[in-house]
Design a protein around this ligand. Structure first.
Ligand SMILES: Nc1nc2c(ncn2[C@@H]2O[C@H](COP(=O)(O)OP(=O)(O)O)[C@@H](O)[C@H]2O)c(=O)[nH]1
Ligand SMILES: [Mg+2]
Length: 370
């Protein structure tokens, strides 16, 4: 999962580390050299002559002019300054050094389908964390860079997080949850997985097939219900989805069922028809939560759809399916920041158990741990 992005983040960290350590090394060497040069001038004139020979090899000529000498002195001062800063435990990562690496990081994020604004947010977070940062004595440059990335990634992906099960437990029953999203992304499968998960946690569920549009939708969800020993409420194809969910709520009321999981038809997010349907469900049922489902592998498209669905019928959170097949991770990183609503679960396969709670800390660890 997200292996491609993980590699790219790893390269960023090691590239910055290499650069900064090289510079630190150079600064330290230059410092040592300046000291030994000073000593040489005082006690060993032949050494000075040898240095001039070296300069010849560089094509500097027999008698470098005064301006060059002044430049050299300036360079030495700069390096000495850096060596001193390094010795004092202060940062030697300045904005200039970092800029090239940040450009590389931006490309890496964009090529992993991270949304542009989110990539910008991550970059400025990393920059803010690194520039002028006091270099902690016990922390290697690599850790420093990784920490900056960690904090910055965490900030964008943890937006709006809440405890899904806790919210269900705290709410009046039955809790009605409607699932939206385009066709084929995994809504029906996710409902089955969540039913299994909630039952395991002692929360009873009833399934409602609000996808009255697609032929075979009732049979598909019935099969899951049978496998899981759950009840499905359905009407015939073409009937009103809001009426199906309404019936499921009545069933839940009558049977002390905790949660109604309502499927919907996945049509184009631009379809007025679907949006009108969602609106009607919203009006008639007033669900407790609307969960947007999309597939991680859709990358940037999933991010755009999340935004559009949220605008059409406000979502409370998202489930990102097929994370098992996604090396990019762009949608996983972007959706919460773009919509302001959290990713609650990751689908990680086709089995009923292949559903992971989306834990921002864990996801960031997974992305950054070598
Ligand atoms: N690899 C993988 N496949 C999934 C996942 N979730 C759903 N699928 C598959 O995606 C396909 C479409 O799923 P479905 O639930 O019918 O999508 P819907 O049209 O949105 O209801 C099915 O073949 C599922 O088995 C997942 O997390 N990982
Ligand atoms: Mg479906």
């Amino acid at each position: 999962m997200f292996d491609g992005l993980k590699d790219k983040l790893g390269s960023f960290t090691s590239d910055v580390e290499e650069d900064v350590d090289d510079e630190a090394q150079e600064a330290a060497e230059a410092e040592a050299e300046t000291e030994s040069d000073d000593a040489a001038v005082e006690s060993e004139p032949e050494e000075s002559a040898a240095s001039t020979d070296d300069a010849d090899l560089d094509g500097a000529g027999d008698s470098p002019d005064a301006a060059d000498e002044a430049d050299d002195a300036d360079d030495d001062r700069g390096l000495t300054e850096k060596a001193k800063i390094l010795a004092s435990g202060k940062s030697i990562i300045d904005e200039e050094d970092l800029q090239d690496h940040l450009d590389d990081l931006e490309l890496a994020l964009l090529s992993s389908d991270v949304e542009m604004g989110v990539a910008g947010e991550i970059l400025s977070g990393v920059e803010e964390n690194l520039v002028g940062e006091t270099r902690r004595r016990l922390s290697s440059t690599g850790n420093l860079v990784r920490d900056a990335l960690r904090e910055s990634l965490y900030d964008v992906i943890s937006v709006g997080q809440f405890d899904f099960e806790q919210r269900i437990r705290a709410a009046d029953k039955p809790v009605v949850i409607i699932f939206t999203g385009v066709n084929g992304v995994g809504k029906t499968t996710t409902i089955a997985k969540l039913s299994e998960r909630l039952e395991e946690q002692g929360l009873s569920t009833v399934l409602a097939n609000g996808d009255t549009y697609r032929a075979g939708a009732n049979e598909q969800l019935q099969k899951h219900a049978d496998n899981l020993g759950q009840t499905l409420i359905s009407h015939e194809q073409g009937s009103d989805p809001a009426a199906v969910v309404y019936d499921a709520v009545e069933y839940a009321d009558a049977n002390d069922t905790d949660v109604v999981l309502g499927d919907t038809a996945g049509r184009l997010h631009t379809s007025d028809d679907l949006m009108a349907q969602l609106e009607k469900i919203d009006r008639v049922i007033d669900p407790d939560m609307t969960i947007f489902v999309d597939e991680a592998v859709a990358g940037q498209d999933a991010v755009n759809r999340a935004r559009e669905f949220d605008e059409a019928a406000e979502i409370d959170g998202a489930v990102l399916t097929k994370a098992d097949a996604d090396p990019q991770g762009g949608a996983a990183i972007s959706i919460a920041h773009v919509t302001g609503k959290p990713i609650l679960f990751l689908g990680t396969g086709q089995g009923y158990d292949d559903l992971e709670r989306f834990d921002p800390e864990e996801v960031v660890d997974r992305l950054l741990d070598a």
